[in-house]
Design a protein around this ligand. Structure first.
Ligand SMILES: Cc1cc2nc3c(=O)[nH]c(=O)nc-3n(C[C@H](O)[C@H](O)[C@H](O)COP(=O)(O)OP(=O)(O)OC[C@H]3O[C@@H](n4cnc5c(N)ncnc54)[C@H](O)[C@@H]3O)c2cc1C
Length: 460
């Protein structure tokens, strides 16, 4: 619990106008995109890296928990405070693009720059920052790095970690570290930037990022394939990559999801299809784009697609993407609550994973619509349920546990992009051995011996 002296000391660091403990603030910062609610004792808005240093130094000396926060769009409770303490909200002041360096194809940014704003800025000078989480309009780059976020374009370009050249961070004791360089290559010392990526605010507060940029491809093309079954679509996915084409995106919707989107929006989707695949390719020449599209069309047809439709213009491309972009919110026709996870497996294991999920759904008599980024093996699994019905809800939780087991048995992971936070913490022991968990805890203890930084997360 913070005492009166703590409130005074913290307000003195940032000014009264940047530290709040009133109900409207503690409530507003008690949520993220999960439906969990955890109320902090205060919310502090640092103006600079120096403020972050002073705040952490003070909180470390008093053993006050500090929860870093970007936009609070996380899906696992990572930015929620477990046992009081303060939320360190970076959004208000630390949101500037510091430099876009065309000659070296990189940019330096503060952590709370919004992903999409950054993409727009670099594209003005012909550069490209590919990581594009669906929350790109409001999530921050610091949050992206802390979760190692991915997006639709991950199949070709990779995820956030592939674009982090360097970072600055404040450790729990208030010391600033720089990790990585502006260089493409840097093999000196431990890969500390790599350690902080996906660390979910448990090891340091990221105060600056140096991000790699690439040239923006000149051409892009979108297409859709209609498949008789999920299995056929999953086979078509990995066979496309194995044939030497790397689409920018390869996204899927299963039959339950297609029906839900159609029920919600009446777009004329093929409701009897087993699955839809939406794919996008990019490049700089028409010849390259045509070759990619022709190869994909051939593979889709060989794997049973009854229809392959290539968008003729941007409006048709947007119409194709509509179903995928509105998949998540359409699912409520199947239940008031959904337990949604983002398990990921090697692409060739997708057909087996989807078979196992279907069997789990039948076992518990729960609808489990699935959609997601099949191009990178990432399936958004949604166990539809109703919190009011205790037995069904309990069964839904058992189904989720079995789905995690299936993903791990197929050499996959608990999370492809949303991280562990609070909601997946109970499953960490399923995914990691005792020795591996102890290594995580040893790292955490070495950097944060007082456990002040985002305590209670990641099962540590
Ligand atoms: C509709 C919707 C769609 C989504 N789609 C995707 C998607 O396609 N791909 C994907 O990967 N995710 C997706 N997400 C999840 C979420 O947007 C991402 O995890 C995003 O990276 C979180 O960014 P944020 O700024 O909101 O971070 P927050 O939610 O505020 O924080 C996330 C974690 O990062 C830590 N953190 C934040 N900033 C810092 C910092 N500067 N230093 C240290 N730690 C920090 C926090 O403590 C917390 O543990 C989606 C979420 C929603 C609501």
């Amino acid at each position: 619990m913070l005492n009166a002296a703590d409130f005074t000391a913290l307000a003195a660091i940032v000014g009264e106008e940047n530290f709040y403990s009133d109900k409207p603030h503690t409530l507003a910062y008690s949520y993220d995109a999960t439906r969990a609610q955890r109320e902090p004792e205060g919310v502090i808005f640092p103006r600079s890296e120096a403020d972050v240093q002073a705040i952490l130094r003070y909180c470390n000396s008093r053993k006050i928990a500090v929860v870093p926060r970007g936009s609070g769009s996380g899906f696992t409770g990572g930015s929620l405070s477990v046992n009081g303490g303060i939320v360190l909200a970076l959004e208000k002041h630390m949101n500037n693009i510091l430099e876009i360096d065309l000659e070296n194809m990189l940019a330096r940014v503060e952590p709370a720059v919004i992903n999409k704003d950054f993409q727009n800025e670099v594209e003005k000078i012909g550069l490209f920052y590919p990581p594009d989480p669906a929350s790109q309009e409001y999530c921050t780059l610091g949050g992206n790095v802390s979760e190692n976020a991915g997006g639709m374009r991950a199949a070709k370009y990779g995820i956030t970690k592939n674009f982090v050249l360097a970072l600055r961070a404040v450790l729990p004791n208030g010391e600033v570290i720089r990790a990585g360089k502006k260089t493409i290559k840097d093999v000196a010392g431990y890969n500390i930037a790599g350690l902080l990526i996906a660390s979910e605010g448990t090891l340091g507060v990221i105060t600056e990022l140096t991000l790699k940029l690439i040239p923006k491809p000149r051409l892009i093309k979108t297409a859709m394939g209609v498949f008789p079954s999920v299995e056929a679509a999953m086979n078509a996915t990995y066979r496309t990559f194995a044939a030497g084409v790397t689409p920018v995106a390869m996204e899927f919707l299963d039959n339950l999801t297609i029906r839900a989107v159609e029920a919600a929006y009446k777009k004329g989707l093929p409701i009897d299809a087993g699955a839809l695949l939406i794919t996008e390719v990019d490049g700089n020449t028409e010849a390259d784009i045509s070759w990619q599209m022709e190869t994909i069309a051939k593979i889709f047809r060989e794997n049973g697609a009854s229809l392959f439709y290539e968008a003729r213009d941007a409006a048709e491309a947007a119409a194709i993407w509509f179903a995928r972009r509105n998949a998540s919110q359409s699912l409520k026709i199947y239940g008031a609550n959904k337990l949604n996870e983002d398990i990921t497996v090697p692409r060739s294991a997708l057909p087996e994973l989807l078979r196992r999920i279907e069997a789990i759904g039948e076992k518990y008599d729960h609808k489990i619509p699935c959609f997601g980024h099949t191009g990178d093996g990432n399936v958004h699994v949604n166990v539809m349920t109703n919190k009011q019905e205790a037995v069904r809800y309990h069964n839904a939780e058992k189904a989720i546990t079995e789905i995690f087991e299936a993903a791990i048995a197929l050499e996959g992971t608990l999370s492809g992009e949303h991280g562990i936070g609070l909601s997946k913490a109970p499953f960490m022991n399923m995914a990691f051995t005792k020795a591996e968990m102890e290594l995580f805890r040893t790292i955490k203890r070495a950097i944060d011996p007082n456990d002040i930084l985002n305590p209670g997360k990641m099962g540590l």
